[in-house]
Ligand binder design. Structure first.
Ligand SMILES: CC(C)(COP(=O)(O)OP(=O)(O)OC[C@H]1O[C@@H](n2cnc3c(N)ncnc32)[C@H](O)[C@@H]1OP(=O)(O)O)[C@@H](O)C(=O)NCCC(=O)NCCS
Length: 182
């Protein structure tokens, strides 16, 4: 694997949205990611403080977005976060930019946010290294039967939460058909 590069991880500026959006579409090779980002940005789930970029020589080479979601818990609705999407410029894959994005932003969220949990859908081989683990094993149910159980993962931002219930994504994920796998 090529050497890691030294990127700056910081909150995206509002005027960088188009650049971040284009990068994410290139990373996934899929225009629908841009529509998902548009819908999320226009929704209640968006917080300017939760869109992060990786910058190298003044260029955005990576991004990670967290949005608000809800767990439908036995006693009440609980506020949580969802990590999605994360993308790195295709020419820069495997240079630890994704690792830096996830590590630095999770540390920041742990210091600054009240939500106890961050969920994601992704390959456990990648996300285990950051401390994400299987969610259903601890009574946190996946939002769709199309989400493979091993892909549905969660991490505690502080001490271990005993929350149980079903994750409910913001509407934007459903309306853009971005939940689960086909
Ligand atoms: C996934 C992604 C963000 C990782 O960023 P990156 O900067 O390339 O990753 P890093 O350099 O930090 O980490 C590289 C490691 O991740 C692994 N990895 C990368 N993408 C992976 C994936 N989709 N599934 C499993 N492992 C993956 C590599 O094999 C490598 O493993 P190693 O450290 O054991 O050798 C990037 O590859 C990307 O943008 N992919 C396209 C979009 C995408 O699939 N996003 C995630 C959807 S859940």
């Amino acid at each position: 694997m090529a050497d890691a590069v030294d990127v700056e991880i910081r909150v995206m500026r509002a005027d960088e949205f188009a650049e971040m959006r284009a990068l994410c579409v290139r990373a996934f090779g899929d225009d629908s990611l841009g529509v998902l980002l548009d819908e999320l940005r226009a929704s209640w789930a968006w917080d300017d403080e939760l869109s992060f970029v990786a910058v190298l020589d003044g260029e955005i080479v990576g991004q990670v977005l967290y949005t608000s979601a809800i767990v439908d818990a036995p006693e009440r609705l609980e506020d949580v976060l969802v990590l999605s999407p994360i993308g790195v410029e295709p020419g820069w894959h495997g240079r630890a930019i994704g690792t830096e994005l996830v590590t630095v932003t999770l540390e920041r969220l742990a210091r600054t946010r009240d939500e106890p949990l961050v969920f994601l859908e992704g390959d456990p081989r990648y996300y285990h290294r950051f401390g994400f683990g299987p969610a259903e094993a601890r009574g946190l149910l996946r939002p769709s039967i199309r989400t493979p159980e091993p892909a549905f993962q969660v991490i505690d931002l502080g001490e271990r939460s005993d929350m149980t219930g079903r994750l409910v994504y913001p509407d934007a994920f459903w309306r853009t058909d971005s939940v689960g796998l086909r």
